[in-house]
Design a protein around this ligand. Structure first.
Ligand code: PEP
Ligand code: MG
Length: 309
C-alpha cells in the first residue's frame, strides 16, 4: 500500500509516521526564493550564488554581494538556508574567476578548487554571506561545491567558522567524497549530495551530453549504492545529509532517499508539493523496504519498478 496517491501535504516534510525529511527549495535569485517560499518550501537547500554573477565583468564588492544575498534570503527569515559558495567552472564561467583553458574542464580547477588559489575571493564572499545572514534573520549555513576529500572539507569549514558563520558543510559530488562521507561528516556539520555532478563523475558521462544521458540516471545501481554509503554515514554520525540534485525532485525516488537515511531533499519550486505529499503517504519502514528493493535491482527500470510496488 505505497501508491503515491493524492495525499495532501501539510507543509512539514515527514513520513506518515512523523520521521522528518525536510523539503527545501533550490534557488538562484530573489524571484526563485519567493517562488520556493510560495510553493511551501521549509527552507533553501541550495542557493547557487554564482547565478547572481554570470554576467558580472568583475568581482562584486562585499557590499554588492551582501545586498544580493539579503534579497534572496528575505523570504526565509527564521528558516534554514544553505548558501553555496561560488561554483564556477567551464560549464558556468565567471569572468572574474575564469581558470586557464583546460583540456578537461569538468575535471579541472572548478568549484572549491578555485578557492585554494584565490582564498581572498572566498573570504570576501563569506564576509558578505555573514552580514546578509544577520540582515535577513535567516538561519544560514554555507557549503562548498566540488569537494574531493575530508582534508578539503576541513580547510573550508575552518574558513567558514573564521568568518563567524556557525554551520559549514560541503557538497558530495565526487565519488571519492561519497566513499569517504564518514570522514567528511566528521570534519563538517552537514553534507548535501549534488546528484547531477555525482552521476556525471560516477559514470564518466558528461551531464550536458544527450548521447550519454541514459547513464546519468539516479536510479542506476551504481549511484544508488553511493547514496547508501552517504545515508549510512549520516546515521552513524547523527549529522544531516541532504540531496540537492535533480534526483530529489522525483517523488518516488524521494522515498528511496528517505529510506537510505538522507535527511532533507531540495528541489526546484514546482516539485515541492509533490515530494512533500509523497513522503507523507508512507511510513519510514515502508521507505526502508522500498529502498532495499530499489538497491537490489540490477538496472534503472527494475529499480523504478521495485520502488513502485
Ligand atoms: C549537482 O551537481 O547536483 C548540483 C546540485 O549542483 P549544480 O547542478 O549546480 O552543479
Ligand atoms: Mg554540482
Amino acid at each position: 500500500a505505497t501508491a503515491l496517491g493524492p495525499v495532501e501535504w501539510n507543509g512539514t516534510g515527514a513520513t506518515a509516521d512523523g520521521h522528518r525529511v525536510k523539503v527545501y527549495g533550490n534557488v538562484g535569485s530573489a524571484a526563485d526564493a519567493q517562488a520556493a517560499a510560495d510553493a511551501g518550501a521549509e527552507g533553501v537547500g541550495l542557493f547557487r550564488t554564482e547565478f547572481c554573477y554570470l554576467d558580472a565583468p568583475s568581482e562584486p564588492s562585499v557590499e554588492e554581494q551582501r545586498k544580493a544575498y539579503t534579497a534572496v534570503l528575505a523570504p526565509f527569515r527564521g528558516k534554514p538556508v544553505i548558501v553555496r559558495t561560488l561554483d564556477a567552472g567551464a560549464d558556468k564561467p565567471l569572468a572574474f574567476l575564469s581558470p586557464e583553458a583546460e583540456p578537461n574542464p569538468a575535471l579541472g580547477v572548478r568549484g572549491l578548487r578555485i578557492a585554494f588559489d584565490r582564498p581572498d575571493v572566498l573570504d570576501r564572499q563569506l564576509e558578505a554571506i555573514a552580514s546578509a545572514a544577520r540582515d535577513s534573520g535567516a538561519e544560514v549555513s554555507v557549503m562548498a561545491p566540488m569537494v574531493a576529500t575530508a582534508e578539503e572539507a576541513s580547510w573550508f569549514a575552518d574558513r567558514v567558522r573564521a568568518a563567524g558563520i556557525a554551520r559549514a558543510g560541503v557538497m558530495i559530488e565526487i565519488p571519492a567524497a561519497a566513499l569517504t562521507a564518514r570522514e567528511i561528516l566528521d570534519a563538517v556539520d552537514f553534507v548535501s549530495v549534488g546528484t547531477n555532478d555525482l552521476a556525471q563523475y560516477t559514470f564518466a558521462a558528461d551531464r550536458q551530453l544527450g548521447a550519454v544521458a541514459k547513464l546519468n540516471d539516479p536510479w542506476q545501481p551504481g549511484l544508488l549504492r553511493l547514496l547508501r554509503f552517504i545515508g549510512d554515514a549520516a546515521k552513524a554520525t547523527g549529522k544531516p545529509a541532504g540531496v540537492c540534485g535533480e534526483a530529489a525532485a522525483d517523488p518516488r525516488l524521494a522515498l528511496v532517499l528517505a529510506g537510505l537515511g538522507l535527511t532533507s531533499l531540495s528541489m526546484n519550486a514546482p516539485a515541492v508539493r509533490a515530494v512533500g505529499a509523497s513522503l507523507a503517504s508512507v511510513t519510514l519502514a515502508e521507505c526502508e523496504t522500498i529502498a532495499a528493493a530499489a538497491l537490489a535491482a540490477t538496472d534503472p527500470a527494475a529499480a523504478r519498478a521495485a520502488a513502485a510496488r
